[in-house]
Write a protein that binds this ligand. Structure first.
Ligand code: ATP
Ligand code: MG
Length: 225
């Protein structure tokens, strides 16, 4: 199977999208050989969090951010819906749209650990392979219950900086555990900086920064605080 038959899926709220998301996706694409990475911004949950920008704004910021990379694409499959979509349903729909392709769901250790609390986790684990990437503050040892691998190997990923380990989930699906460039950037931090009137330069693309400023997102007194 060539790279073009392997599609990375990068899901998130992207509230807003930042260089952590972008750099991780690029390193995974090159590191394990993916034809493209499809970014999937989430829709609006029924109970909107206080500082969650509307789906159409989060989509537009992601559109601007991925526009400069020919290997990145954007999907509106979740955010064109009025309601929140379940990842398991999104993956099933994407598979139907791309017959014959293999999917690699890219996520940080923090998100991977949350999967058991998602809708129909076992079904989701059947639908796709996974690429779990390092994230500052989280260690690979914590994924031990879900991955067929010795604890010593997982610890060596945490300590030795070993680049990538290809293993399998308990259901036989491929899982790559990958050390990526450590970027302690989060959307929460970015929103906090904006709220305090501080600069967010060099944490996210300028085109995204301009959008945030012109739509007054995340700042005191804005509609989307
Ligand atoms: P928030 O602080 O609002 O949760 P976030 O920065 O975690 O935002 P999300 O949209 O929640 O961004 O994350 C989407 C995916 O990107 C998740 O799988 C998350 O683990 C991963 N991710 C985000 N930032 C980084 C980073 N700096 N390094 C590695 N992975 C990251
Ligand atoms: Mg997050």
């Amino acid at each position: 199977m060539g790279d073009n038959d392997r599609i990375g899926i990068m899901g998130g709220t992207f509230n807003p999208i930042h260089y952590g998301h972008l750099r991780v996706s690029e390193e995974v694409r090159e590191g394990i050989g993916l034809g493209k990475v499809l970014f999937v911004p989430s829709g609006n949950p029924p109970l909107k969090a206080r500082d969650l920008a509307p789906a159409e704004h989060r989509f537009e910021m992601a559109r601007r951010a991925v526009a400069t990379n020919p290997h990145f694409e954007l999907s509106d499959i979740e955010c064109r819906e009025q309601k929140k979509s379940y990842t398991v349903e999104t993956l099933a729909a994407l598979r139907a749209m791309h017959p014959g392709k293999e999917f690699y769901f890219i996520l940080g250790i923090d998100s991977f650990l949350e999967i058991p609390s998602w809708h129909r986790p076992e079904k989701l684990l059947e639908l796709t392979n996974f690429v779990v990437v390092s994230r500052p503050g989280f260690s690979f040892s914590t994924v031990a219950p879900w991955v067929r691998a010795d604890l010593s190997l997982l610890s060596s990923l945490d300590t030795s900086g070993r680049a990538v380990f290809k293993g399998s989930l308990r259901n036989g699906r491929d899982v790559y555990l990958m050390n990526v460039t450590s970027l302690p950037i989060s959307a929460t931090t970015i929103r906090g900086l904006i709220r305090k009137g501080k600069s967010v330069k060099y944490l996210l693309p300028e085109s995204v920064e301009y959008f945030i400023i012109s739509h007054k997102l995340y700042s005191e007194g804005s509609d989307h605080l």
